[in-house]
Design a protein around this ligand. Structure first.
Ligand SMILES: [Zn+2]
Length: 461
Protein backbone atom coordinates (compact mmCIF):
# COMPACT_ATOMS: atom_id res chain seq x y z
CA UNK A 1 0.00 0.00 0.00
CA UNK A 2 2.69 2.43 1.05
CA UNK A 3 4.70 1.62 -2.04
CA UNK A 4 1.71 2.17 -4.29
CA UNK A 5 0.94 5.52 -2.66
CA UNK A 6 4.54 6.57 -3.02
CA UNK A 7 4.68 5.78 -6.69
CA UNK A 8 1.42 7.62 -7.35
CA UNK A 9 2.72 10.76 -5.66
CA UNK A 10 6.07 10.46 -7.47
CA UNK A 11 4.12 10.13 -10.70
CA UNK A 12 2.07 13.24 -9.89
CA UNK A 13 5.27 15.14 -9.13
CA UNK A 14 6.85 14.24 -12.47
CA UNK A 15 3.64 15.26 -14.14
CA UNK A 16 3.84 18.64 -12.45
CA UNK A 17 7.51 18.99 -13.39
CA UNK A 18 6.58 18.24 -17.00
CA UNK A 19 3.81 20.81 -16.91
CA UNK A 20 6.19 23.43 -15.54
CA UNK A 21 8.86 22.61 -18.10
CA UNK A 22 6.65 23.09 -21.15
CA UNK A 23 5.54 26.62 -20.25
CA UNK A 24 6.73 29.13 -22.83
CA UNK A 25 7.77 31.98 -20.53
CA UNK A 26 8.72 34.97 -22.71
CA UNK A 27 5.12 35.94 -23.63
CA UNK A 28 4.04 35.70 -19.97
CA UNK A 29 7.05 37.73 -18.92
CA UNK A 30 6.32 40.41 -21.53
CA UNK A 31 2.75 40.51 -20.32
CA UNK A 32 3.94 40.86 -16.71
CA UNK A 33 5.99 43.93 -17.60
CA UNK A 34 3.20 45.45 -19.67
CA UNK A 35 0.58 44.94 -16.96
CA UNK A 36 2.94 46.20 -14.26
CA UNK A 37 3.15 49.50 -16.14
CA UNK A 38 -0.64 49.72 -16.42
CA UNK A 39 -1.10 48.90 -12.75
CA UNK A 40 1.44 51.51 -11.61
CA UNK A 41 -0.44 54.11 -13.64
CA UNK A 42 -3.53 53.68 -11.50
CA UNK A 43 -3.23 56.26 -8.74
CA UNK A 44 -4.25 54.59 -5.49
CA UNK A 45 -2.56 57.04 -3.12
CA UNK A 46 -4.03 56.57 0.30
CA UNK A 47 -5.65 58.78 1.46
CA UNK A 48 -8.02 58.73 -0.32
CA UNK A 49 -7.15 55.36 -1.92
CA UNK A 50 -9.55 55.07 -4.87
CA UNK A 51 -8.70 51.38 -4.97
CA UNK A 52 -11.91 50.72 -6.93
CA UNK A 53 -9.97 51.54 -10.12
CA UNK A 54 -7.35 48.91 -9.25
CA UNK A 55 -10.03 46.34 -8.36
CA UNK A 56 -11.63 46.95 -11.77
CA UNK A 57 -8.24 46.49 -13.44
CA UNK A 58 -7.88 43.04 -11.85
CA UNK A 59 -11.53 42.29 -12.55
CA UNK A 60 -11.00 42.84 -16.28
CA UNK A 61 -7.95 40.56 -16.30
CA UNK A 62 -9.74 37.76 -14.45
CA UNK A 63 -12.87 38.04 -16.59
CA UNK A 64 -10.80 37.67 -19.75
CA UNK A 65 -9.11 34.57 -18.34
CA UNK A 66 -12.44 33.10 -17.22
CA UNK A 67 -11.50 33.18 -13.52
CA UNK A 68 -14.51 33.59 -11.20
CA UNK A 69 -14.07 36.79 -9.23
CA UNK A 70 -16.05 39.26 -7.16
CA UNK A 71 -15.48 42.93 -6.52
CA UNK A 72 -16.66 43.98 -3.05
CA UNK A 73 -17.23 47.75 -2.90
CA UNK A 74 -17.47 48.80 0.74
CA UNK A 75 -17.10 52.61 0.77
CA UNK A 76 -17.12 55.35 -1.90
CA UNK A 77 -14.21 54.61 -4.26
CA UNK A 78 -13.05 51.67 -2.17
CA UNK A 79 -13.28 47.96 -2.85
CA UNK A 80 -11.63 44.58 -2.36
CA UNK A 81 -11.42 41.96 -5.09
CA UNK A 82 -11.51 38.23 -4.60
CA UNK A 83 -10.81 35.58 -7.25
CA UNK A 84 -10.88 31.83 -6.95
CA UNK A 85 -9.59 28.90 -8.98
CA UNK A 86 -11.08 25.73 -7.53
CA UNK A 87 -8.85 22.82 -6.61
CA UNK A 88 -9.96 19.22 -6.13
CA UNK A 89 -10.40 19.86 -2.41
CA UNK A 90 -7.91 17.30 -1.09
CA UNK A 91 -5.88 20.08 0.54
CA UNK A 92 -6.88 23.33 2.23
CA UNK A 93 -6.79 26.61 0.24
CA UNK A 94 -3.79 28.81 -0.47
CA UNK A 95 -4.36 32.59 -0.42
CA UNK A 96 -2.37 35.19 -2.34
CA UNK A 97 -3.01 38.44 -0.47
CA UNK A 98 -1.98 41.95 -1.52
CA UNK A 99 -3.05 45.51 -0.85
CA UNK A 100 -3.82 47.85 -3.74
CA UNK A 101 -3.32 51.18 -1.98
CA UNK A 102 0.01 52.99 -1.87
CA UNK A 103 1.40 55.80 0.25
CA UNK A 104 1.37 59.29 -1.22
CA UNK A 105 4.13 60.57 -3.48
CA UNK A 106 5.40 64.10 -3.99
CA UNK A 107 6.34 64.22 -7.71
CA UNK A 108 8.81 67.08 -7.09
CA UNK A 109 11.32 64.72 -5.50
CA UNK A 110 10.99 62.03 -8.18
CA UNK A 111 13.21 61.50 -11.24
CA UNK A 112 10.20 60.24 -13.22
CA UNK A 113 6.53 60.87 -12.43
CA UNK A 114 5.34 58.55 -9.63
CA UNK A 115 2.29 57.30 -11.53
CA UNK A 116 3.94 56.87 -14.92
CA UNK A 117 5.38 53.36 -14.94
CA UNK A 118 8.20 54.81 -17.01
CA UNK A 119 11.46 52.94 -17.38
CA UNK A 120 14.98 54.23 -16.83
CA UNK A 121 18.09 52.03 -16.92
CA UNK A 122 16.02 48.87 -16.87
CA UNK A 123 14.00 49.92 -13.83
CA UNK A 124 10.31 50.75 -13.80
CA UNK A 125 9.32 53.73 -11.67
CA UNK A 126 6.11 54.10 -9.77
CA UNK A 127 4.67 54.48 -6.31
CA UNK A 128 3.93 50.93 -5.21
CA UNK A 129 6.70 49.36 -7.32
CA UNK A 130 8.10 47.91 -4.06
CA UNK A 131 5.10 48.18 -1.74
CA UNK A 132 3.30 46.24 -3.02
CA UNK A 133 1.94 46.60 -6.50
CA UNK A 134 4.84 44.49 -7.72
CA UNK A 135 3.84 41.54 -5.58
CA UNK A 136 0.13 42.09 -6.24
CA UNK A 137 0.64 42.07 -9.98
CA UNK A 138 2.81 38.94 -9.83
CA UNK A 139 0.12 37.23 -7.76
CA UNK A 140 -2.49 38.17 -10.38
CA UNK A 141 -0.20 36.88 -13.15
CA UNK A 142 0.13 33.56 -11.31
CA UNK A 143 -3.68 33.28 -11.33
CA UNK A 144 -3.82 34.07 -15.06
CA UNK A 145 -1.07 31.60 -15.91
CA UNK A 146 -2.59 28.88 -13.72
CA UNK A 147 -5.91 29.29 -15.55
CA UNK A 148 -4.38 29.35 -19.02
CA UNK A 149 -2.08 26.39 -18.35
CA UNK A 150 -4.95 24.43 -16.73
CA UNK A 151 -2.77 23.85 -13.69
CA UNK A 152 -4.14 20.91 -11.68
CA UNK A 153 -4.75 21.98 -8.07
CA UNK A 154 -5.27 20.06 -4.87
CA UNK A 155 -6.05 23.31 -3.08
CA UNK A 156 -8.31 26.21 -3.99
CA UNK A 157 -6.14 29.06 -5.18
CA UNK A 158 -7.41 32.37 -3.86
CA UNK A 159 -6.41 35.89 -4.87
CA UNK A 160 -7.43 38.66 -2.51
CA UNK A 161 -6.52 42.30 -3.10
CA UNK A 162 -7.55 44.75 -0.43
CA UNK A 163 -7.86 48.48 0.17
CA UNK A 164 -6.46 50.78 2.83
CA UNK A 165 -3.62 48.69 4.27
CA UNK A 166 -1.41 51.76 4.53
CA UNK A 167 -3.79 53.74 6.72
CA UNK A 168 -6.53 51.90 8.58
CA UNK A 169 -6.81 48.38 7.21
CA UNK A 170 -10.50 48.90 6.56
CA UNK A 171 -10.30 46.65 3.46
CA UNK A 172 -9.17 43.48 5.20
CA UNK A 173 -11.20 44.30 8.30
CA UNK A 174 -14.37 44.67 6.22
CA UNK A 175 -13.65 41.45 4.35
CA UNK A 176 -13.06 39.42 7.51
CA UNK A 177 -16.15 40.85 9.15
CA UNK A 178 -18.55 40.61 6.22
CA UNK A 179 -17.21 37.72 4.16
CA UNK A 180 -15.19 35.46 6.44
CA UNK A 181 -16.32 32.50 4.30
CA UNK A 182 -13.98 33.64 1.51
CA UNK A 183 -10.87 32.75 3.52
CA UNK A 184 -12.27 30.23 5.97
CA UNK A 185 -10.36 26.96 6.23
CA UNK A 186 -7.33 28.21 4.32
CA UNK A 187 -4.03 26.64 5.29
CA UNK A 188 -1.54 29.09 3.81
CA UNK A 189 -1.30 32.75 2.90
CA UNK A 190 1.45 34.61 1.06
CA UNK A 191 1.67 38.39 1.28
CA UNK A 192 4.15 41.25 1.77
CA UNK A 193 6.77 41.31 4.52
CA UNK A 194 9.50 39.39 2.72
CA UNK A 195 12.57 41.14 1.35
CA UNK A 196 15.41 39.62 -0.63
CA UNK A 197 18.37 41.86 -0.21
CA UNK A 198 21.47 41.57 -2.35
CA UNK A 199 24.18 42.26 0.23
CA UNK A 200 27.10 43.72 -1.72
CA UNK A 201 30.06 41.35 -1.83
CA UNK A 202 28.34 38.80 0.40
CA UNK A 203 25.29 37.28 -1.29
CA UNK A 204 21.52 37.38 -1.25
CA UNK A 205 19.35 36.86 1.80
CA UNK A 206 15.73 35.87 1.23
CA UNK A 207 13.94 36.99 4.35
CA UNK A 208 10.62 35.24 4.74
CA UNK A 209 8.36 37.19 7.07
CA UNK A 210 7.04 34.81 9.74
CA UNK A 211 5.90 37.31 12.33
CA UNK A 212 5.56 40.96 13.11
CA UNK A 213 6.09 43.02 16.17
CA UNK A 214 2.93 44.74 17.33
CA UNK A 215 2.73 48.53 17.64
CA UNK A 216 1.64 49.41 21.19
CA UNK A 217 1.64 53.18 21.09
CA UNK A 218 1.42 55.01 24.39
CA UNK A 219 0.86 58.58 25.49
CA UNK A 220 2.33 59.73 28.79
CA UNK A 221 0.64 62.80 30.22
CA UNK A 222 1.87 64.87 33.14
CA UNK A 223 -0.31 67.55 34.70
CA UNK A 224 0.51 70.21 37.26
CA UNK A 225 0.28 73.85 38.15
CA UNK A 226 0.81 76.34 35.31
CA UNK A 227 2.35 79.78 35.63
CA UNK A 228 4.65 82.47 34.31
CA UNK A 229 7.95 81.28 32.87
CA UNK A 230 9.81 83.87 34.94
CA UNK A 231 8.87 82.09 38.21
CA UNK A 232 9.96 78.43 37.93
CA UNK A 233 7.74 75.69 39.40
CA UNK A 234 9.88 72.79 40.61
CA UNK A 235 7.36 70.02 39.92
CA UNK A 236 5.78 71.47 36.79
CA UNK A 237 4.20 69.10 34.29
CA UNK A 238 7.04 69.45 31.74
CA UNK A 239 9.72 68.96 34.39
CA UNK A 240 8.17 65.81 35.77
CA UNK A 241 7.56 64.45 32.29
CA UNK A 242 11.15 65.03 31.20
CA UNK A 243 12.56 63.39 34.36
CA UNK A 244 10.40 60.31 33.80
CA UNK A 245 11.27 60.21 30.11
CA UNK A 246 14.97 60.31 30.90
CA UNK A 247 14.51 56.98 32.69
CA UNK A 248 12.58 55.59 29.71
CA UNK A 249 15.15 56.48 27.06
CA UNK A 250 17.96 54.94 29.12
CA UNK A 251 16.02 51.71 29.51
CA UNK A 252 16.45 48.52 27.48
CA UNK A 253 13.63 46.01 27.98
CA UNK A 254 14.96 42.52 28.70
CA UNK A 255 16.16 40.27 25.88
CA UNK A 256 13.66 37.62 24.85
CA UNK A 257 14.97 35.29 22.16
CA UNK A 258 12.26 33.79 19.95
CA UNK A 259 12.92 30.47 18.15
CA UNK A 260 12.42 32.09 14.73
CA UNK A 261 14.92 34.81 15.61
CA UNK A 262 17.41 32.20 16.76
CA UNK A 263 16.90 30.44 13.41
CA UNK A 264 17.40 33.74 11.58
CA UNK A 265 20.78 34.38 13.22
CA UNK A 266 21.86 30.82 12.48
CA UNK A 267 20.93 31.27 8.80
CA UNK A 268 22.76 34.57 8.30
CA UNK A 269 25.84 33.53 10.32
CA UNK A 270 27.85 32.75 7.22
CA UNK A 271 27.66 36.37 6.09
CA UNK A 272 29.61 37.41 9.18
CA UNK A 273 33.34 37.23 9.89
CA UNK A 274 34.55 35.23 12.88
CA UNK A 275 34.04 35.38 15.82
CA UNK A 276 30.65 36.90 15.06
CA UNK A 277 29.76 34.01 12.74
CA UNK A 278 30.19 31.52 15.57
CA UNK A 279 28.23 33.75 17.94
CA UNK A 280 25.36 34.03 15.44
CA UNK A 281 25.34 30.27 14.89
CA UNK A 282 24.54 29.80 18.58
CA UNK A 283 23.08 33.14 19.57
CA UNK A 284 21.33 31.72 22.64
CA UNK A 285 24.66 30.80 24.12
CA UNK A 286 26.41 33.94 22.90
CA UNK A 287 23.81 36.15 24.59
CA UNK A 288 24.82 34.75 27.96
CA UNK A 289 28.02 36.73 27.58
CA UNK A 290 27.12 40.26 28.82
CA UNK A 291 29.71 41.87 26.54
CA UNK A 292 28.18 40.26 23.45
CA UNK A 293 24.65 41.09 24.61
CA UNK A 294 25.67 44.72 25.01
CA UNK A 295 27.38 44.92 21.63
CA UNK A 296 24.49 43.37 19.70
CA UNK A 297 22.04 45.61 21.55
CA UNK A 298 23.88 48.59 20.11
CA UNK A 299 23.36 47.27 16.58
CA UNK A 300 20.16 48.87 15.26
CA UNK A 301 19.74 46.17 12.66
CA UNK A 302 19.51 43.37 15.25
CA UNK A 303 18.48 44.94 18.56
CA UNK A 304 14.77 45.16 17.72
CA UNK A 305 14.68 41.43 16.98
CA UNK A 306 15.71 40.60 20.52
CA UNK A 307 13.39 42.61 22.71
CA UNK A 308 10.37 44.88 22.96
CA UNK A 309 11.50 48.34 21.94
CA UNK A 310 10.58 51.91 22.83
CA UNK A 311 11.13 54.97 20.66
CA UNK A 312 10.31 58.40 22.00
CA UNK A 313 8.63 60.14 19.07
CA UNK A 314 6.29 62.94 20.17
CA UNK A 315 6.94 65.69 22.75
CA UNK A 316 4.38 68.31 23.54
CA UNK A 317 4.51 71.03 26.15
CA UNK A 318 3.35 74.61 26.16
CA UNK A 319 2.58 76.84 23.19
CA UNK A 320 4.70 79.80 24.37
CA UNK A 321 8.19 80.24 25.78
CA UNK A 322 7.08 82.34 28.75
CA UNK A 323 4.20 80.11 29.83
CA UNK A 324 4.62 77.05 32.06
CA UNK A 325 1.83 74.80 30.82
CA UNK A 326 -0.38 72.84 33.21
CA UNK A 327 0.00 69.70 31.06
CA UNK A 328 2.65 68.10 28.89
CA UNK A 329 2.68 64.83 27.05
CA UNK A 330 4.96 62.52 25.14
CA UNK A 331 4.25 59.59 22.88
CA UNK A 332 6.18 56.36 22.74
CA UNK A 333 6.26 54.02 19.77
CA UNK A 334 6.46 50.73 21.62
CA UNK A 335 6.79 47.51 19.61
CA UNK A 336 6.08 44.22 21.32
CA UNK A 337 7.44 40.84 20.27
CA UNK A 338 5.00 38.08 19.31
CA UNK A 339 3.80 36.38 22.47
CA UNK A 340 4.30 39.40 24.74
CA UNK A 341 1.57 40.57 27.08
CA UNK A 342 0.94 44.34 26.91
CA UNK A 343 -0.14 44.37 30.58
CA UNK A 344 3.21 42.99 31.68
CA UNK A 345 4.97 45.61 29.59
CA UNK A 346 2.84 48.37 31.13
CA UNK A 347 3.74 47.16 34.61
CA UNK A 348 7.44 47.40 33.77
CA UNK A 349 7.00 50.86 32.32
CA UNK A 350 5.04 52.13 35.31
CA UNK A 351 7.65 51.06 37.80
CA UNK A 352 10.30 52.65 35.62
CA UNK A 353 8.49 55.99 35.42
CA UNK A 354 8.28 55.99 39.22
CA UNK A 355 5.73 58.78 39.08
CA UNK A 356 2.10 57.83 39.66
CA UNK A 357 0.90 61.23 38.57
CA UNK A 358 1.91 60.50 34.99
CA UNK A 359 -1.04 59.05 33.18
CA UNK A 360 -0.44 56.35 30.55
CA UNK A 361 -3.03 56.01 27.82
CA UNK A 362 -3.16 53.99 24.66
CA UNK A 363 -2.49 55.85 21.41
CA UNK A 364 -3.48 53.15 18.92
CA UNK A 365 -5.76 50.18 18.46
CA UNK A 366 -3.61 47.34 19.77
CA UNK A 367 -3.68 44.01 17.98
CA UNK A 368 -1.87 41.13 19.70
CA UNK A 369 1.34 40.18 17.90
CA UNK A 370 1.53 36.71 16.38
CA UNK A 371 3.77 34.57 14.20
CA UNK A 372 3.80 31.43 12.04
CA UNK A 373 5.96 28.33 12.34
CA UNK A 374 8.57 27.51 9.72
CA UNK A 375 7.84 23.78 10.11
CA UNK A 376 5.45 23.67 7.17
CA UNK A 377 5.23 22.36 3.61
CA UNK A 378 5.07 25.91 2.26
CA UNK A 379 8.21 27.06 4.06
CA UNK A 380 10.10 24.00 2.82
CA UNK A 381 8.92 24.67 -0.74
CA UNK A 382 9.99 28.32 -0.49
CA UNK A 383 13.50 27.16 0.45
CA UNK A 384 13.50 24.59 -2.33
CA UNK A 385 12.28 26.89 -5.11
CA UNK A 386 14.53 29.78 -4.08
CA UNK A 387 17.58 27.50 -4.12
CA UNK A 388 16.62 26.21 -7.52
CA UNK A 389 16.94 29.76 -8.87
CA UNK A 390 19.72 30.96 -6.61
CA UNK A 391 21.63 28.06 -5.05
CA UNK A 392 23.83 30.41 -2.98
CA UNK A 393 20.98 32.38 -1.46
CA UNK A 394 20.29 32.27 2.24
CA UNK A 395 16.65 31.73 3.17
CA UNK A 396 15.92 32.98 6.67
CA UNK A 397 12.77 33.50 8.73
CA UNK A 398 12.33 37.17 9.53
CA UNK A 399 10.55 39.09 12.21
CA UNK A 400 9.19 42.33 10.75
CA UNK A 401 9.55 45.49 12.76
CA UNK A 402 6.62 46.93 10.80
CA UNK A 403 3.05 45.77 10.54
CA UNK A 404 1.57 43.55 7.84
CA UNK A 405 -1.92 42.21 7.30
CA UNK A 406 -0.71 38.71 8.19
CA UNK A 407 -1.49 39.68 11.75
CA UNK A 408 -5.22 39.76 10.95
CA UNK A 409 -5.26 36.39 9.18
CA UNK A 410 -3.14 34.28 11.55
CA UNK A 411 -5.83 34.19 14.26
CA UNK A 412 -8.01 32.31 11.70
CA UNK A 413 -5.56 29.40 11.82
CA UNK A 414 -3.81 30.36 8.59
CA UNK A 415 -0.03 30.05 8.30
CA UNK A 416 1.01 33.41 6.86
CA UNK A 417 4.33 34.28 5.28
CA UNK A 418 5.71 37.47 3.85
CA UNK A 419 7.37 36.20 0.72
CA UNK A 420 8.60 38.08 -2.28
CA UNK A 421 10.36 36.68 -5.32
CA UNK A 422 12.24 39.83 -6.38
CA UNK A 423 15.88 40.38 -5.42
CA UNK A 424 16.79 44.00 -4.75
CA UNK A 425 19.86 46.03 -3.94
CA UNK A 426 19.77 48.06 -0.71
CA UNK A 427 19.48 51.18 -2.89
CA UNK A 428 16.29 50.01 -4.62
CA UNK A 429 14.92 48.60 -1.37
CA UNK A 430 15.29 52.00 0.27
CA UNK A 431 12.83 53.56 -2.21
CA UNK A 432 9.88 51.89 -0.51
CA UNK A 433 7.67 54.69 0.90
CA UNK A 434 10.33 57.11 -0.46
CA UNK A 435 11.05 58.98 -3.70
CA UNK A 436 11.92 57.11 -6.91
CA UNK A 437 10.31 53.84 -5.87
CA UNK A 438 11.08 51.38 -8.63
CA UNK A 439 11.45 47.77 -9.64
CA UNK A 440 14.10 46.19 -11.90
CA UNK A 441 12.39 44.76 -14.98
CA UNK A 442 14.62 41.69 -15.08
CA UNK A 443 13.47 40.91 -11.54
CA UNK A 444 9.82 41.11 -12.60
CA UNK A 445 10.48 38.69 -15.44
CA UNK A 446 12.32 36.30 -13.18
CA UNK A 447 10.01 36.85 -10.21
CA UNK A 448 6.82 35.80 -11.99
CA UNK A 449 8.38 32.48 -12.90
CA UNK A 450 9.57 31.78 -9.37
CA UNK A 451 6.23 32.69 -7.81
CA UNK A 452 4.34 30.55 -10.31
CA UNK A 453 6.57 27.59 -9.65
CA UNK A 454 6.21 27.99 -5.88
CA UNK A 455 2.43 28.29 -6.07
CA UNK A 456 2.11 25.38 -8.51
CA UNK A 457 4.06 23.15 -6.14
CA UNK A 458 2.40 24.42 -2.98
CA UNK A 459 -1.03 23.88 -4.51
CA UNK A 460 -0.21 20.24 -5.09
CA UNK A 461 1.46 19.06 -1.91
ZN1 LIG B 1 2.67 47.32 2.01
Amino acid sequence: MALAALSISAFAETQLDDRLRVIVWPPYQDETVQLMREYLRIDTSNPPGNEMAAAEFFHRLFEKAGIPNTVYPYAPGRANIYALIKGDGTLRPLILLNHMDVVQADPRSWRLPPFSGEVLNGEMYGRGAQDMKDEGLLQAMVMLIAARQHLPLKRDLIFLATSDEEVNDTGSAWMLENHPETVRGAEFLITEGGTNLIVPGRGTVYEVGVGEKAPFWLRLTATGRGGHGSIPIADSAPDRLVKALARVVDWQPPIHLLPSVEQYFRAIARLEPEPRAAQFRDIRKALQDPAFARSISRDEEYNFLLRDTVSLTVLHGGPQTNVIPDAAYAELDVRLLPGEDPKVFLGQLQSLLADDSIRITSANRFKPPNSSSTETTLYRLIEQVVHQYNPQAIVAPALCGGYTESQMYRPLGITCYGFNTLEVTPEVDATEHAANERVPIEQLRRGVKILYELVARAANE
